[in-house]
Ligand binder design. Structure first.
Ligand code: WTA
Length: 637
């Protein structure tokens, strides 16, 4: 197992070593894992193509590192605790031994359906134990999982399945989320009409809803498992074989399939988990993320399970049945490590302090934050009310593309500063650059955040389109990985993340591409054009503000168009991408060459028209006046 850093001096020493001798440093970490065959070379890389390979020619299976490596000491230790949506339903606890058996059964069942090494498997499941079980079963047989968050629409699901040509989909008849009951299978049915690569849909019975089963295509979960053995030998995989694809939004086009490979992801997931959270034997770790997002992949499932931890997965939402639910879970299982997103914290602040002060949170030792910048007020509330001033807060900065946490305090070791992600983990070499790509040296500076050297968890490709990976992340600045975030480095060399500098909006910690939302809005038959920007939102961090121009509308059409647009976005992408504000406007501010000046729209959305900058290059400067007049916020001049 990875040996944890235990002091600031040791952090500095590991950091130095990781920069001076990255290969030696990561070899030492990787040696603590179980390999079928050791690597020939630790690292091969260039950021030009890009081409990054870690533990070259190493052979392994990540699930052997979760199970076979841990079982001798942890067979009867709880690996996974499942807390249902409804607190009256019974929880499920699976030991490493039990989880292993379930993974082997599903692995064998997948094989029986003809799924093998390299095949893509779509997983569209609620937060039930079958989700991580399916995920690990894919890894066990060398199939590539593509997990789609169960809040995405049929169109989004269809796009993802088709992009990576998934062979099979694992899903459920329905799901519970708070007091909602979503008919998941009917969404799948709608998607599958246009997914010719799918041979079978395996359907778990989670809710009581009757559903339509398509003869020959759909198989109930229990039938899928029938007659298969619970013993399975792991497929021997190459270190650089694909482990999973996870779709995420960027500034342009459709979501891209971020591709991660086995060896590097594995080493980085456990290394970062152990060091950031400082997990100790017997601790109970609760990450509130859905496994459909990268946080769930790396820090609910893979990281903790590799490390032999006890990890809680929660099916529901923080507000159901009431705003004390998270804290009830903390008390029920004596949670020591709690990892959530600032948006959840802000939503709970708004519900009042009693929900937290009335609970017993004495088991807590470490608090984590992820997904978006944590504002000082939320940080303070988290620290004072939840952590009672005695639990370090790890503000963990990372991305789907980074595979794991890159900049974060190590719990109880790194000095904290509210709203600072603080220092890079060993092996991580951040640089700040100006818009021309010149590296900004020294402290007390601000710029675009890049990485100049690979770490084992770095993105390898975007599925089916390697050049898109190059263009998106490695072409903006030569020989650098560009994160899309701006950051500040203070006098102590600590990093504070300032947020996205591209056309991605971080809504409640979820990445939404403005282009994607615009494409959806533009599909409305009466819409001519639209421009979407983010604006400050007290709970979500950023809200979605859409400026829309339409054809002539009758009064009746005018009365319903906003709702139609919201419904359309919800249908095409999912409810998380619904615009919070829609402003119908006669025109959009455009340059003479026809480019929409989003800078102006962003300013107006923020309610600040005092510094719109130079508008003289606009084709028609008067549209700005119209937009300010019709704005859905109070605009200061
Ligand atoms: C943002 C989530 C500030 C950032 C793990 C990044 C953060 C994007 C933080 C990635 C943080 C994530 N402080 N901003 N601690 N963590 N972000 O791919 O803008 O869903 O680029 O990965 O979230 O979002 P993603």
């Amino acid at each position: 197992m990875i040996k944890k850093i235990s002091s600031m001096a040791e952090y500095h020493q590991q950091y130095q070593e990781s920069v001076q001798d990255p290969e030696g440093f990561w070899a030492k970490q990787a040696e603590t894992f179980m390999w079928q065959k050791k690597w020939d070379k630790v690292l091969d890389w260039n950021f030009k193509e890009p081409n990054v390979k870690w533990f070259v020619n190493g052979k392994l299976n990540i699930t052997e590192n979760i199970f076979e490596r841990n079982l001798p000491t942890r067979r009867d230790q709880v690996a996974l605790i499942w807390e249902p949506n409804d607190p009256k339903e019974k929880e499920i606890k699976l030991t490493y031994g039990q989880l292993f058996e379930k993974v082997c059964v599903v692995a064998n069942a997948l094989k029986k359906q003809g799924v093998g090494k390299g095949d893509r498997v779509a997983i569209y499941l609620p937060m039930v134990p079958e989700l991580p079980i399916a995920m690990l079963a894919c890894a066990r047989i060398g199939a590539v999982h593509s997990i789609v968050f169960a809040g995405f629409s049929a169109t989004s699901l269809m796009d993802r399945i088709n992009d990576s040509q998934c062979k099979i989909i694992l899903t459920a008849n329905g799901l519970f989320r708070g007091n909602k009951n979503v008919a998941l299978k009917s969404i799948v049915d709608e998607a599958l009409v246009n997914c010719p690569s799918i041979e079978h849909a395996i359907v778990l019975r989670r809710t009581g809803d009757p559903i339509n089963m398509v003869e020959g295509r759909d198989i109930w979960w229990e039938d899928f498992l029938k007659g298969v053995s619970n013993e399975n030998t792991a497929e021997v995989m190459d270190s650089e074989d694909t482990l999973f694809i996870l779709y995420t939004s960027g500034s342009t086009g459709k979501p891209k399939g971020v591709l991660h490979t086995i060896g590097g992801f594995m080493v980085y997931a456990e290394y970062s988990f152990m060091n950031v959270f400082q997990y100790n034997e017997g601790d109970v770790y609760f990450c509130t993320a859905d496994i459909g997002w990268i946080t769930g992949h790396s820090y609910l499932a893979y990281g903790p399970l590799l490390a032999g931890a006890t990890s809680i997965m929660f099916e529901g939402v923080p507000s159901y049945p009431d705003a004390g639910r998270f804290w009830d879970i903390v008390d029920k299982y004596k949670v020591t490590h709690f990892y959530t997103a600032p948006t959840a914290i802000r939503a709970l602040i708004a519900m009042g302090d009693d929900w937290v002060t009335s609970k017993d949170l004495s088991s807590l030792k470490v608090l984590g934050s992820v997904g978006e910048p944590i504002n000082e007020e939320a940080w303070k509330w988290y620290n004072d009310l939840v952590g009672k001033g005695r639990c370090p807060i790890v503000d963990t900065w990372w991305q789907t593309e980074t595979g794991g946490i890159l900049i974060s305090p190590l719990a109880g070791i790194t000095p904290l500063k509210p709203s600072y992600a603080t220092l890079p983990l060993p092996g991580v070499q951040p640089v700040l650059v100006d818009p021309e790509g010149n590296v900004i040296e020294g402290n007390n500076v601000q710029g675009n955040l890049c990485m100049k050297f690979p770490w084992p968890g770095i993105i390898r490709s975007t599925y089916g389109d390697h050049d898109r990976c190059r263009v998106n992340y490695f072409a903006t600045y030569e020989n650098l990985y560009f994160t899309g975030d701006g950051a500040k480095r203070d006098e102590d060399g600590f990093y504070r993340i300032l947020g996205r500098v591209d056309d991605v909006i971080n809504v409640s910690g979820h990445r939404i591409g403005t282009a994607e939302v615009e494409d959806a809005i533009n599909q409305h038959p009466k819409v001519v054009e639209s421009a979407v920007v983010g604006y400050p939102h007290p709970i979500k961090g950023a809200g979605i503000y859409a400026y829309v121009t339409t054809e002539h509308l009758t009064d009746d059409q005018l009365a319903t168009i906003e709702k139609e647009i919201v419904d359309l976005v919800s249908k095409l992408i999912g409810p998380i991408a619904k615009p919070d504000k829609i402003q119908l406007t006669p025109g959009l501010p455009k340059t003479r060459s026809g480019k929409i000046m989003r800078r102006i729209l962003r300013k107006i959305g923020e309610g600040d028209a005092s510094s719109l900058g130079d508008t003289s290059t606009l084709l028609d400067p008067s549209v700005v006046e119209d937009i300010i007049k019709g704005a859905k916020v109070d605009v200061k001049r």
